[in-house]
Design a binder for this molecule. Structure first.
Ligand SMILES: [Zn+2]
Length: 197
């Protein structure tokens, strides 16, 4: 017996990661109780998000331009690529100011149980990018979480890059096992970058 507008809004919230049907319904009711201009601003921010964000053709991060600012910056080292799962991971690494190369966003990590197979990620694009890069890429840093999907992905990419003359390193010390890059503090991440192996 829910009002259709509440149902519709709850269904939208329900699609967000980590939000179940009960929380979705709570958000819908909470939002409905807010002043009209609050709800309208909220809706407008989502419309702007939809109309202004693009995926960078080179590194696949979400950006407002393609190529993104980092890919266009001639001062960034063109010979090293840091591979990350998501666009947010780039923010975390940029905050450390310890890396001056470019990035490659996979769009997730491998997880057979969740149905995240290699073809759902930008792995082939990474291999192509390294193959065709001018100047040649000399180092690929795997900036992936230190959990099982992160390890699986790192292993898979390492195999895919076999035969290409690139040094493959992985963020190492500093990141506790099972850690998520997005939530690591800048010092920890900076340390992990410095001690990659
Ligand atoms: Zn880019």
């Amino acid at each position: 017996m829910l009002p259709p507008a509440i149902q519709e809004a709850a269904a939208s919230f329900d699609r967000l990661p980590g939000i179940g049907p009960r929380a979705a319904l709570r958000y819908a009711y909470w939002l409905a109780a807010q002043p009209k201009d609050f709800i309208e601003r909220f809706a407008r921010s989502l419309q702007i998000l939809a109309s202004s964000m693009v995926v960078c053709e080179s590194c696949h991060q979400l950006s407002d331009t393609s190529p993104c600012l980092i890919c266009r910056d001639p001062k960034r080292d063109q010979k090293s690529i840091c591979v990350v799962a998501s666009s947010q991971d780039i923010r975390a690494l940029e905050d450390t100011a310890a890396f001056n190369g470019r990035y490659h966003v996979l769009g997730g990590t491998l997880d057979p149980i969740e149905g995240r197979r290699p073809e759902t990620l930008k792995i082939q694009e990474l291999v192509e990018r390294i193959r065709s890069s001018q100047p040649p890429i000399s180092e690929v840093i795997l900036g992936l979480d230190t959990d099982l999907p992160g390890d699986t992905t790192a292993l898979y990419i390492t195999k895919q890059l076999e035969g290409l003359s690139v040094r493959i390193t992985r963020l190492a010390r500093g990141l506790p096992s099972g850690a998520s890059l997005e939530y690591a503090d800048a010092n920890t991440l900076s340390d992990a970058l410095k001690h990659r192996k």
